[in-house]
Design a binder for this molecule. Sequence first.
Ligand code: BG6
Length: 489
Amino acid sequence: LPVDTFDLVIFGGTGDLAVRKLLPALFHRFVDGQIQPGSRILGVAREGLDDDGYRAQIRAALNGAAESQPDKLAAFLKLVGYRPLDARKDDGWDDFAKLLAERPGNVRVFYLSTSPELFVDICQRLGHYGLNQGESRVVLEKPIGHDLVSANRINDDVGRVFAESQTFRIDHYLGKETVQNLLALRFGNALFEPLWNAGHIDHVQITVAETLGVEKRGPYYDHAGALRDMVQNHMLQLLCMVAMEPPASMSPDAVRDEKLKVLHSLKRIDEGNASQLTVRGQYRAGAAEGHSVPGYIEDLNSTAKTKVEKSNTETFVALKAEIGNWRWAGVPFYLRTGKRLAERVSEIVVAFKPVPHSIFTAAAGPLAQNRLVLRLQPDEGVKLWLTIKHPGPGGLRLRHVPLDMSFAEAFGAQQPDAYERLLLDVVRGNPTLFMRRDEVEAAWRWADPILAAWAASGEAPRPYTSGTWGPSASVALIERDGRTWDEDN
Ligand code: BG6
């Protein structure tokens, strides 16, 4: 269904996220007929570009996707414009406000795809011109701050201009098809929920592995690191979707209340236990996807203004989290994420407990755990690993095979990018898949003591060769508990 006509302003409009993700997502929704002609998409950044210069950038970025549909591309680019603005200078803001006033009936969305230090300046200016009034929404990209204190400051300052109901804190992992599918799978089937607890689940693994390095984002990344960049937001959100109680409905607050309870139940990791429960790593030179690649420091120095010889920033984290409530007591949630790992794969593995007693002889082969594997990317799908008899007359031999549902095979079409769904949800005013302020705060409250423990220990992240699965200490973390990372789903 088409959404209401809107004006979408992307601050940071020439940045990587806008060009590589947001504009392509909007183009796909336009091609599908969901964006109506009265809508406008305005890139805003400091670069002195004009509309045509910006359109040329977007055209280049869309080329692959739009090659076969030049008419659609031309029509889409007509909706796109550009304004050079500096959040910290007055120039151009009057005209910008006038431009937006031209279409008072449009829903207004301000997407802040900038460094969080600019959020407050931008919001204050929008407030000054009354652009926060009526059907106006603001989208905040992660990370919201770099710890609880800075997140609170941002949320307070933004909150003076935009009400919580107008504020959409985006975590694009919540827009991924498989993540939404977790809700359908858990709460649309009678099969899983009775088993979804410490009585039947042995442990959960969440892996988000990337083959890319920090690319051109070194200056941002070196201040963040993997815990702030991936774990505090994306991975905790995935953990919440697995662990939350059934919400009473799909209403935004019903879902977010349940996620919040999970975040509040996470057991504290701090100086006392961080060295047993967490592993940090940093990539060195190696190979990724068949090419030799430099290490993190070389990557950093390729974009940094001042060169560095070392950095204490982690590009890999593995950790063991626990949720202190009745449903999950004693069930470890192993999380790991990193750059320049062996494969690009994101998945959630729910490993069930073994059967209580085996009736089979040793000759039948070992009994393996049932596992439910939700693959977020690439090749989205769901697999349920079962034990069956190997067919044929050769006696009873057990085999472990998956019931395998690939989204591409089952539904044909390519899966939409997460941003497609989420951008339109903002226009519709549906915040279910966005983080409420208290969720962000609870996530920082858990992450801060881990960061403090690492800082206090003074230990450098462990080196790992690009193209591997991270430092060997990550394997030791899970093997100490008699378990292994699942790498062949
Ligand atoms: C972003 C992180 O939020 O997510 C990046 O800042 C990371 O460092 C990216 O590469 C991963 O997203 P996806 O959708 O490619 O898994």
